[in-house]
Design a protein around this ligand. Structure first.
Ligand code: ZN
Length: 70
């Protein structure tokens, strides 16, 4: 459905924005890892952005509903 697709695009863009904020801060660090993925949980699709920095001991994760969730 178009509404779901728009909602998904908005959520992914939102995740990407917060992901990039962390990425810029830690891009020179050793042991940086992260990504954006989609998972199904509790009958809904979720976009998950995560980033971990071994050097700073950071482990960040954020998830947003893509569709089928309130
Ligand atoms: Zn770092």
């Amino acid at each position: 459905m178009p509404t779901d697709r728009r909602r998904r695009a908005t959520a992914i863009a939102d995740l990407l924005q917060s992901f990039e904020a962390y990425l810029v801060e830690h891009r020179d660090c050793a042991g940086l890892a992260g990504g954006i993925l989609e998972v199904t949980a509790s009958g809904a699709r979720w976009g998950v952005a995560w980033l971990s920095c071994a050097e700073c001991g950071l482990r960040w994760e954020r998830r947003l509903a893509l569709n089928g969730a309130p």
